[in-house]
Every structure is written in structure tokens, then in C-alpha cells.
Write a protein that binds this ligand. Structure first.
Ligand code: AVI
Length: 326
């Protein structure tokens, strides 16, 4: 059966509701107004994000899948002993399959430990993967990424291969990315490796289309934040009173996204003990998506104390998978 090959560890991320209320109260009272991007991912937001990944304009998922598919054997060979495969924010783990299969082909067995804030995502991905691969054992680590590394018990001195895919690092500012990478590095042993997906700087038109698609899925994904505030904090905000905007900032090398007020109104948000007067043109910053050049990423990795050991790029040089050694 598959049940005896799945174990769930970690603790439910508590205080989630209070955290959202605090973030909304602080962010909407601040200037400029903002809400941290991680709050885009409630159940509805996660569903819309999965849809974004299939859009014709949103190339990062396809580019990274191409690399993982074509280079899975090389990635598996980059660590000599059988590693425990760890993944930050595994979600559906759809792209990870290629790496899992290459590692099983090489070692005949694999222990895979996805770390995710969503218990439902951990259980759903386990169902599919374990049914397909009798040689696979899974430990789902429920919780936040870096803390999950501590929760995970090491099996003998088997190295860890940690995956951080999807260019999620782009949603962090450079300061946050540096702090996070340093934190991860401190928790790794010398034989461990971090494989990180990095989206590259490219033609602004391509970048802007990827973050503002013709079907309006990215707009719906971002506007869901307004609906979430209304749902969870009992506010009277309406998505119709906002409009999604995003643009490439060439100096900061990042996409900047926000919601812009299109009808003047005062919003009451009892769950956050907050009242906000919105004027037409006011903005709520929702997300950054930083892009890197091979050079700017190597500098960030070096600052965090990592050595870039290998790089793989897709055929159109849009995306890079970098193997970092602590
Ligand atoms: C999850 N993250 C890497 C996505 C990105 O590309 O920054 C989130 C996203 N936002 C709008 N489209 C995709």
C-alpha cells in the first residue's frame, strides 16, 4: 500500500488568521500601502496560480520543466550518494517528478521530503507519487520552509538535495533573499546541495506579458486578495473597485504589481479593526518578481556564502537552474 510509505511531520502553522489580520492592518495603514505577497495563496489563489502556470504568456514554468526534464540525469549525478530530496513549497510537485524519477533510476530508492504550508497539497502530491513509484518513501513536512529543515530528521549521513523551484526567490527583495539563503545555508551540511530556479532578465515585453496575461488570470489571482480580505476579515471591499496593474522596473530589474483604486470609497474591515479611505488612483502594492542576470545571481549566492557549482539553462535562455554548494 502507499499509506505505510507516507509520514506527516511538523506542526500546523498556527496563528495564520491573526497573521493575515495583522498584515492587512499594518499594510493598509502604511505608506505606500501593501500586503505581503504570501497572502495571495489561499485556496482560491493557489488554484488561480496553478492556472497561471499553464498560460501561454507565463513561460517560467515551461522553461524550468524543460530543464528538469532534459537534465534530470545530470542533476541526479551531481550528488554521488543517494540523497534525501527536500523541496521548499512543493505544491503539486509536478515538475519535481523528473528529478524523482532520475534519482530512483540511479539509486533504486528515494526518500522525498516536501515542505509545504498546505497540508492538503502535501497529501495530494503524496497520493499520486507513491502510487506511481513503489521505490519512493515520503515524509511530508508541514510548515514553513527553513524551519522544516530543522524538523526533518537526517537518515544517517545521507546528503540533502534541497529544491527551491519556480523562481520563488524572485518574490523576495534582495535583502530578504539574502537573509533567507544565509538561513538555509546555516542549516546545510557540507555534502548537501541547493538547486534553485532563477528567472532571467529579458525583453520587457515578454516579462510584462507574463505578469499581465490576455485572459486576465493574473489579474483575477491578484484581485482575489481583495475578495480574501472581505471573506476572512468581514470587510466590505469589492474587487470591482480595484484594477490590477503591473510593470517592469528596469532599474530594480523587477516586475512590480499593485491594485489600483478605480472608485473612491471607504472600506470597513472589522476583522482587522480598520477603516480605509480609498481615492481613485490609490495603490496597494501586492508583489515583486525580481529577475536576475547570471552575474547578479552569482553575486547574491556568493554573498550568502554559497558557491555556484553547476548551471543549467533552457534552450531559449529564459530560465536557469543553479546548483549551490554551502
Ligand atoms: C510564485 N511566483 C514565483 C510567481 C512569480 O512568477 O513571481 C507568482 C506570480 N505572480 C503572478 N504571476 C505569477
Amino acid at each position: 500500500g502507499t499509506k505505510d510509505r507516507f509520514e506527516l511531520v511538523g506542526t500546523p502553522p498556527d496563528h495564520q488568521e491573526a497573521e493575515f489580520a495583522d498584515a492587512v492592518r499594518e499594510g493598509l495603514s502604511a505608506s505606500p500601502r501593501h500586503v505581503p505577497a504570501r497572502f495571495l495563496y489561499d485556496a482560491r489563489g493557489s488554484e488561480l496560480f496553478e492556472q497561471i502556470c499553464t498560460l501561454p504568456e507565463y513561460y517560467p514554468t515551461r522553461a524550468e520543466r524543460e530543464i528538469l526534464e532534459d537534465r534530470a540525469d545530470e542533476i541526479a549525478a551531481a550528488i554521488d550518494r543517494e540523497p534525501t530530496l527536500v523541496e521548499f513549497g512543493s505544491g503539486s510537485a509536478e515538475k519535481t517528478r523528473h528529478v524523482i524519477e532520475a534519482l530512483i533510476a540511479r539509486h533504486g530508492h528515494l526518500r522525498y521530503a516536501p515542505i509545504d504550508i498546505s497540508r492538503a497539497a502535501l497529501e495530494a502530491s503524496a497520493d499520486g507519487l507513491l502510487a506511481d513509484h513503489p521505490e519512493l518513501e515520503m515524509v511530508g513536512v508541514w510548515g514553513e520552509y527553513a524551519r522544516g529543515l530543522l524538523t526533518l530528521e537526517r537518515v544517517t549521513d545521507s546528503p540533502l538535495l534541497v529544491l527551491w523551484l519556480g523562481s520563488s526567490i524572485g518574490n523576495l527583495t534582495h535583502t530578504e533573499a539574502l537573509a533567507f539563503l544565509r538561513d538555509v545555508r546555516e542549516r546545510l551540511a557540507p555534502q548537501d546541495r541547493l538547486l534553485i530556479g532563477v528567472d532571467l532578465v529579458k525583453d520587457p515585453a515578454v516579462l510584462e506579458a507574463a505578469y499581465d496575461d490576455a485572459q486576465g488570470v493574473t489579474a483575477a489571482f491578484t484581485l482575489n486578495l481583495i475578495a480574501r480580505i472581505a471573506r476572512e476579515l468581514g470587510g466590505d471591499l469589492r474587487p470591482e473597485d480595484f484594477c490590477y496593474r503591473s510593470r517592469w522596473n528596469p532599474d530594480e530589474e523587477r516586475i512590480e504589481s499593485h491594485l489600483e483604486v478605480v472608485r473612491a470609497h471607504t472600506a470597513h474591515i472589522p476583522g482587522a479593526k480598520l477603516e480605509v479611505a480609498f481615492e481613485v488612483g490609490d495603490r496597494i502594492h501586492t508583489e515583486y518578481a525580481h529577475k536576475y542576470t547570471p552575474k547578479s545571481f552569482a553575486a547574491l549566492a556568493a554573498d550568502a556564502g554559497f558557491a555556484v557549482e553547476r548551471n543549467w539553462t533552457d534552450g531559449e535562455a529564459r530560465f536557469r537552474s543553479c546548483l549551490l554548494a554551502p
